[in-house]
Design a protein. Structure first.
Lengths: 339, 339
DNA sequence: CTGTTAGCGCGTTCAA
DNA sequence: TTGAACGCGCTAACAG
């Protein structure tokens, strides 16, 4: 088998407990002995068994990260940043990718993270039952999506403000028929699409524009969905001259649909996205930028802090800044003849 | 504390070993007793401690996945698919995101996966020393990038064939000045860019086209790098009429550079990418499609098989199919006057 | 088919 | 400053 703590102890001529203390930098070991032990451990290629040490200490030095789709840019980027923070602090990351309802259900019923992690970062919005399941783990919890949730540290953005800046921009350009491609809120329990829709309606009302339900379509947060949604909107009796998409991926799908319909952007239709996807710049997409990696890193840091100071009181809530990035997909509506 | 196996045993009126056997579906427990135990365990919300069970059994039911950048589409997609296969089989995934040289070095010196995983899937190409470190873990190993490597199961594509189909396509359209934007092979030990370059040179030679070093530039596998590289190529004395980019992300960067130079695609310059990125279709990019998720899933399956049949002999090697996808970024070169 | 016994490899007392 | 003894929660080998 592989080298254990007693092997190191024997080779160094000390007891296992001394090795344990020395390697973890605990006080109570003379510098000389500690150095000697460190050297021997390195020579033997010794690593403490996480299973054994967590069984003995109760700590796992592992963080569970729950993600709906690792493959999607937004989540991949959040995860990337969070992982860096965790690993720099000596924590490992256990990844749970819960795209389908089945995997999600399996996760929340079997709870494979139980007794396996010191904290959980959730990039999906748990419903009430799922939240309760997570809280029952008895470890610090955080999320980077959605609104406040009891027991969770939340790092997010101001969805209303972001949406307002986008839709106002279109209004200010002179648009009156402004469509919206929303992300579905269905099985994922997003509050995000709801908040953004509300803000959209408010800006329209503020501008004295009557809301037309025919100008709303569901894009399912995907490129294909965005394309479908845009196609729907174009089929309306009076199609929009501008569209706000609740994510850049849907906006890109919309761009594709517009191209297929031989409509020019922004001459015929303006498009605004949300996120500032890494490829938004490539397609020249005007969008609401949010610090995606920043949110992952911040959530990770807050989680680590809770781990360090267990009695720090209630989990906090952080709002990161957003900002409208003007590119080439928005312009004033084309002047038309009367009516 | 939380509920342990002895709590369940007591509540069910049996011994701990019987509980252990029953819950793992082992033979040697009467159906009646097993059902009773399962019910009690569910009622108490019992989950076996992975630390304790792996300490006792030697198995961790965890797979280590090593990735250079989770945030990048290619790796995120591979990881997504692999994770689904692993979790469906009851394995957890430990994620190691080794983007920077420091994190990479830390990983390979401290080897935090030691004694923590039953197998490792590496999405980065380890150099010889790193390979040896991984082999020293004594667990099945697989990778989805690069060429054959002793001790590793390799799932990949035929880079030469893919590149050939792309460059031949440009040649057949009538292009003679064909540039290439390559991925750097520097610190990541890629063999991929080398294989693709070789194929590029061969197709040119086959077509009787003299190779011009001024038509090659390094795009670092990123959008920004691709943009820089394209800008370089455009500055050549005789710029290319077509460009093959070794990844879609670099191709998209090239498209951006071309747009900034007010050159039209494909009228002025043709562009071919590699990967079939999810957004390649949005920008109409002609590219070499490879089954990205497919490779992740296949590698995961092969790894699980090795876990089931430890004496299955040498690790295998799988080549997945590639295919050229024609879209809107390629066309014959614009006819020019003499010279 | 079931219970008893003995570790798995550590961290953590307590005494020395 | 160090070592011996014990237990973390579970699985495996052996009895019955």
């Amino acid at each position: 088998m592989s080298v254990s703590i007693t092997d190191v102890a024997r080779a160094a001529g000390v007891s296992a407990s001394t090795v344990s203390r020395a390697l973890r930098g605990q006080p109570g070991v003379s510098g000389e002995v500690a150095a000697q032990i460190t050297a021997v451990a390195a020579r033997l290629g010794y690593t403490a068994s996480r299973s054994a040490s967590s069984l003995a200490s109760g700590r796992t030095f592992t963080i569970g990260v729950v993600v709906p789709y690792v493959g999607r840019w937004f989540f991949g980027t959040v995860l990337d940043a969070a992982e860096h923070v965790f690993s720099a602090a000596g924590y490992d990351v256990l990844l749970y990718n819960l795209g389908s309802p089945e995997t999600r259900k399996r996760f929340f019923t079997k709870m494979p993270v139980r007794k396996r992690v010191d904290a959980v970062l959730s990039l999906l919005i748990p419903d009430e039952e799922e939240s309760a399941a997570l809280r029952s783990l008895g470890v610090p919890l955080a999320t980077t999506v959605g609104g406040a949730r009891p027991g969770f540290t939340v790092v997010g953005i101001d969805d209303r403000a972001g949406t307002e800046s986008a839709v106002r921009h279109l209004v200010n350009l002179g648009h009156r028929r402004i469509g919206m491609i929303s992300g579905s809120s269905g099985p994922q329990h997003w509050t995000t699409p709801i908040a953004r829709r509300q803000a959209y309606l408010e800006v329209l009302a503020d501008a004295g524009i009557e809301h037309d339900p025919a100008l709303e379509a569901d894009g399912d947060y995907t490129v294909e969905g965005g394309e479908r949604a845009m196609t729907e909107l174009l089929a309306a009796a009076r199609p929009p001259t501008a569209v706000f998409a609740q994510s850049d991926e849907m906006a890109m799908g919309a761009l594709r649909a517009l191209r297929r319909h031989r409509l020019r952007v922004p001459d015929d239709v303006s498009v605004v996205g949300f996120d500032d996807h890494e490829l938004a710049d490539v397609v020249g997409l005007t969008t609401v930028a949010q610090p995606v990696a920043g949110q992952g890193a911040e959530a990770a840091r807050l989680l680590l802090r809770q781990l360090d100071e267990p009695d720090a009181g209630q989990p906090g809530q952080v709002r990161m800044p957003i900002r409208l990035v003007l590119r080439e997909t928005t312009a004033p509506p084309r002047p038309r003849g009367p009516q």
